[in-house]
Design a protein around this ligand. Sequence first.
Ligand SMILES: NC(=O)c1ccc[n+]([C@@H]2O[C@H](COP(=O)([O-])OP(=O)(O)OC[C@H]3O[C@@H](n4cnc5c(N)ncnc54)[C@H](O)[C@@H]3O)[C@@H](O)[C@H]2O)c1
Length: 431
Amino acid sequence: MKISVVGTGYVGLVVGACLAENGHEVICVDKDEAKVRALQKGKIPIYEPGLEELVKRNRVEKRLSFTTTLPRAVRQTQIIFIAVGTPEAEDGSADLQHVLGVARDVARAMNGYKVIVDKSTVPVGTAEKVREVIRRETTHPFSVVSNPEFLKQGAAVNDFLKPDRVVIGAEDPRGAELMKELYAPFTRTGAPIMVMDCASAELCKYAANAMLATRISFMNEVARVCDLYGANVDEVRRAIASDTRIGSAFLFPGVGYGGSCFPKDVKAILKFAKDKGYDFKILDAVEDVNQAQKNVLVEKIQKHFGSLKGKTLAVWGLAFKPRTDDMREAPAITIINSLLKAGAKVQAYDPEATETARRVLGNKITYTKKSYDALTGADGLALVTEWNEFREPDYARMKKLMRQPVVFDGRNIYSPAQMKAQGFTYFSIGR
Ligand SMILES: NC(=O)c1ccc[n+]([C@@H]2O[C@H](COP(=O)([O-])OP(=O)(O)OC[C@H]3O[C@@H](n4cnc5c(N)ncnc54)[C@H](O)[C@@H]3O)[C@@H](O)[C@H]2O)c1
């Protein structure tokens, strides 16, 4: 099939590359000229494991191309994915200006039947708004389909190629059938393609993210209580995770969730529930707990040192999670700003997010090219993102480099017993 994907960010580029990998002819459209120029030369603007290889191969095979010109892409293709950003607006709602702007531009360029697919995460009722915008601009026939994306940054390619399920919201059979055909190769292993009305499809994405965020905040509160009573959250987690009604995923306490999705999606569902007069109380609490959790590590650091004036803290991990260079809403930002405000100096290392961090934090902190360089002369290490390379460090080398062997582990990746045996003063979350 011939497909356009509008928006070549963390979602659009993965969608485009994976569809091309399955033999489709894909044109990726973005308004960011620099990004498109780079992609046309085979340079990937983001870090996402496995993506570069996919983009290069499909570009060479001429199944994947990049442009800033939307109308030509629309005329040459039948299915048009909208994968632009839906950032948080001032009132907490999802800002739809990019989605609706693209819908309008697509409509103006239509030259026959098209399927317009909402891939961006959008509030309930958006498919109807997209439909209205298009109807105003064209007399050509079209279907609007809601197709929320569940991929995880850091494992996005694999998630798209082997989805747990595909959700399709459609109001007419023609659009639904084309989408089922498109996704058939990705669901051969038996993953279901679920066709439903657009409102339900739109809500699926928010309900999924809100549930995951709730599990995280819930476990962060359990960890707080563990800290108060000297219980071990690892033991508690393992015990409750073995209950098949609960399961083991997303039960790890830490420094709070971040990223481009959970924070804004939780706020958006709160807002669109409130718009209909419903107060989604649990999610209010989930958000509050998460904000507070971003400061838990700094509270532990301050409690240990008393004053942070003149202290140097090493920070390992800046990205909002491992295997991405994305720092949108990353807990590291809150943690580092609090450390700086308290008078500390920060030396940070991240395997992939240093360039992003320079844009976000500027030269307020020092960035190192190697993990151990961040430890030189440090009074303590704050582990903020659980990249694999931090899991089995050379403890003797760490101690030699640090002024004081103190580790604040925001992701519970080290064993308290082992840290003690290695001679570290060690703090973690709920243990
Ligand atoms: N990042 C994730 O893990 C993830 C997962 C599932 C769903 N989503 C949702 O997918 C959507 C996109 O997220 P993302 O992380 O890829 O965002 P992103 O910011 O990485 O990418 C968005 C891209 O859209 C482009 N763009 C904006 N307006 C445009 C326009 N008018 N024409 C052409 N291009 C335009 C931007 O230049 C940018 O490259 C959001 O709604 C998000 O909530 C994200």
